[in-house]
Design a protein around this ligand. Structure first.
Ligand SMILES: NC(=O)c1ccc[n+]([C@@H]2O[C@H](COP(=O)([O-])OP(=O)(O)OC[C@H]3O[C@@H](n4cnc5c(N)ncnc54)[C@H](O)[C@@H]3O)[C@@H](O)[C@H]2O)c1
Length: 371
């Protein structure tokens, strides 16, 4: 199979969908890899490294799309890329279809075979191709808190770990999944006094076994959050209810009662945010102040650490890409239930129920279209 990797063109997107190790794996399995010139530069990967691993470096995206049987990307195709795709071509990337009718319609009309990273789902409900980006965003959230707590950047002038004789920062984390656990670990590692909330008691029990002892685990409810937030220096929002908008667990009233110049990082902003006063921000303009509380609500946090994110993402996407290339998409999907969940569009048909529901279109079960 010919596998094509174009350069990402979305604003501030510096990740790339393959590393030299991935190129080697495809080539060793007998496939050909075409990479657009300078596709890896934003992640610190030179064309020469890809070339030495066995890839051909191609000048334009147009040529990559024209020649490849399967395109591997990071972000959804943008309007300028729609017409580069053709019927029957496989596209493996993050799509987030439910948030864009224009994109969904374009993929249906062009009859592209769309396999989305974000809906590949294991038997236990895990989302293996989404998790690595949550790990990055979680760890980063603690770093962001540490940075913005400094007075010159708008914070209270509190050092995460304190010093002997002076208390450390108090950091609240709401949501103890992948983002929240990673945020809590890093904040606690810096010496902060961390309180983590989750609504799932079994999750809290598990976290009690694995997290350091300077992290207090509390049941998430309005009363407990209200009590803890009053004297917090920082809050990290990390709640997810799969398939739904994030619940606004932290109300505007709670924010008003926070200490002046405290910091909130609402990582859940991509799902609407779990803090009532949040609104989406970007890497070029990441923060705003409201009720004298500094808000950081960047929707694509991992983009800031493009190199780490590229390697973390491709570690998990590569086995799926290889399986499709080695067996062909039909056999790969038939033999791998997690991958089958990733198929969203094929031959102009929607095969992922939640997306079909959002757009009020007919849903075709995967078993009916892949025979
Ligand atoms: N901004 C970004 O760049 C970025 C990057 C990665 C992930 N995210 C987002 O971060 C959010 C969290 O992702 P994740 O991978 O950690 O999800 P996850 O499913 O691993 O964890 C979510 C946690 O929230 C908990 N939860 C649900 N309802 C709750 C409540 N009422 N109170 C407290 N906890 C509750 C769940 O029990 C679960 O443990 C998602 O919205 C995700 O899309 C954003």
């Amino acid at each position: 199979m010919i596998v094509g990797v174009p350069k990402e063109i979305k604003n501030n997107e510096n990740r790339v969908a393959i590393t030299p190790a991935g190129v080697k794996a495809f080539c060793q399995a007998g496939h050909q890899v075409l990479i657009q010139k300078s596709a890896g530069l934003g992640s610190g990967i030179e064309d020469k490294e890809y070339n030495e691993a066995g890839a051909a470096i191609i000048e334009t995206a147009k040529e990559v799309f024209e020649k490849a049987d399967m395109i591997i990307k990071v972000k959804e195709p943008l309007t300028s890329e729609y017409d580069l795709l053709r019927a029957g071509q496989i596209l493996l990337t993050y799509f987030h279809f439910a948030s864009s009718w224009e994109l969904t319609k374009a993929m249906i009309e062009r009859k592209v075979i769309c396999i989305t990273y974000e809906t590949v789902e294991t038997k236990d409900g895990g989302l293996p191709l989404l998790a690595p980006m949550s790990e990055v965003a979680g760890k980063m959230a603690a770093q962001v808190v540490a940075y913005y707590l400094a007075l010159p950047y708008g914070g209270r002038g509190v050092l995460m770990g304190g010093v002997p004789g002076v208390s450390p920062a108090k950091v609240i984390v709401v949501g103890g999944g992948t983002v929240g656990t990673n945020a809590a670990k890093v904040a606690a590692g810096m010496g902060a006094n961390v309180t983590l909330f989750d609504i799932n008691i079994n999750r809290l029990k598990y976290l009690d076994d694995i997290l350091p002892k300077n992290i207090t685990l509390l049941m998430s409810n309005q009363h407990n959050i209200e009590e803890e937030i009053k004297d917090a220096d920082a809050v990290i929002g990390a709640v997810l209810i799969p398939g739904a908008k994030a619940p606004k667990l932290i109300t505007e009233e709670m924010i008003k009662k926070m200490k002046p110049n405290s910091v909130i990082v609402d990582v859940a902003i991509d799902q609407g945010g779990c803090i009532a006063t949040s609104r989406p921000t970007s890497h070029s303009d990441p923060v705003f102040k409201l009720h004298n509380v500094l808000h950081y609500c960047v929707t694509n946090m991992p983009g800031a650490f493009s190199r780490t994110s590229t390697f973390a993402l491709t570690n998990t996407t590569l086995p799926y890409g290889l399986e499709i290339a080695n067996k062909g998409y039909k056999e790969a999907i038939k033999g791998n239930k997690a991958l089958a969940k990733g198929l969203n569009v094929i031959d102009g048909k929607l095969t992922y129920k939640p997306v079909a529901k959002v757009f009020n279109l007919k849903y075709y079960p995967v078993e009916e279209v892949i025979t």
